[in-house]
Design a protein around this ligand. Sequence first.
Ligand code: IPM
Ligand code: MG
Length: 359
Amino acid sequence: MTKKIAVLPGDGIGPEIVAEAVKVLDALKHQGLDITLEYGLIGGAAYDDAGTPLPADTVAISKAADAILLGAVGGYKWESLDISVRPEKGLLGIRSELNLFANLRPAILYPQLADASTLKADVVAGLDLMIVRELTGGIYFGQPRGVRTLENGEKEGFNTLVYRESEVNRIGKVAFDIARKRQGRLCSVDKANVLECTELWRETMTTLSADYNDVELSHMYVDNAAMQLVRAPKQFDVMVTTNMFGDILSDCASMLTGSIGMLPSASLDENSKGMYEPIHGSAPDIAGQNIANPLATILSVAMMLRYSLNEAEMADKVEAAVSVVLDKGLRTADIHSEGMTKVGTVEMGDAVVAALDKK
Ligand code: IPM
Ligand code: MG
């Protein structure tokens, strides 16, 4: 049966990198992938068009789809808008509307890029880490939230960090299941020494671990985890953490691999329906210049093939094509080093498609 893909390019470099990922999907269509694409607006682009960062028809298209491909949202242009209609609200809204609670952010170092990392090559060589971030709860969504004026006239901003046992169990199971298929080591990251909410998180993970005797569970405070990620990242196999800690740690982990422009992500619901997006943002400073790295988005297509479309072989092919292109020495500016061939966004996408067609 034909699978439907919702394509939401978004803002900044979003449309450019998504166009390259769509080229890859089109090439796979020629190799037998049975899909149709439907486009929708999200973020600032949607605000400009419809006055909201998440129009109802974007939600409808996405709900009806088997998988969603997203570029990125946000930009200077919308920074002074009220927080309720900022582009980021579109992204948070769609994650929440579709119940995409499990965010998988793999950080894999392509051996060809060992020199692109700011860390010493031996610290990162062979890195293969999976961060499992809770995506629809925690302080990002907790109520009450806002800015209020106190009796003395001073303003006070407040947000709420809240997790139910059921939410921790749900993300915990995803993480344990992933760890089980990898090296069998799961590190749960919290701030249980200070925050009651994450003390409960820790207890819940420990209780859950009884169902996973084949997985070794450890716990780490988030500050230490940030340090360990740059000190000795290969000690980790799978990390599971809250929405905000996962946001921060995944950016940190991305630099281990040389560039945030390389890292894909999947956000899944209970039934493995998913939204796929690069973990980087909309980079408005380089938008429209054909210099953004499309590989994170192309690798997000590989994750889509694997997790939502049940096309593991095609996923392997896409990842292999990326590797071939890197072997050839092609590099966008963010991963460029001496002796390599600097290419633009479009040329990089074309090169991946060419490598794919050869398979
Ligand atoms: C991410 C981004 C988003 C987040 C922003 C754009 C709302 O940083 O996907 O990591 O904080 O989740
Ligand atoms: Mg982030």
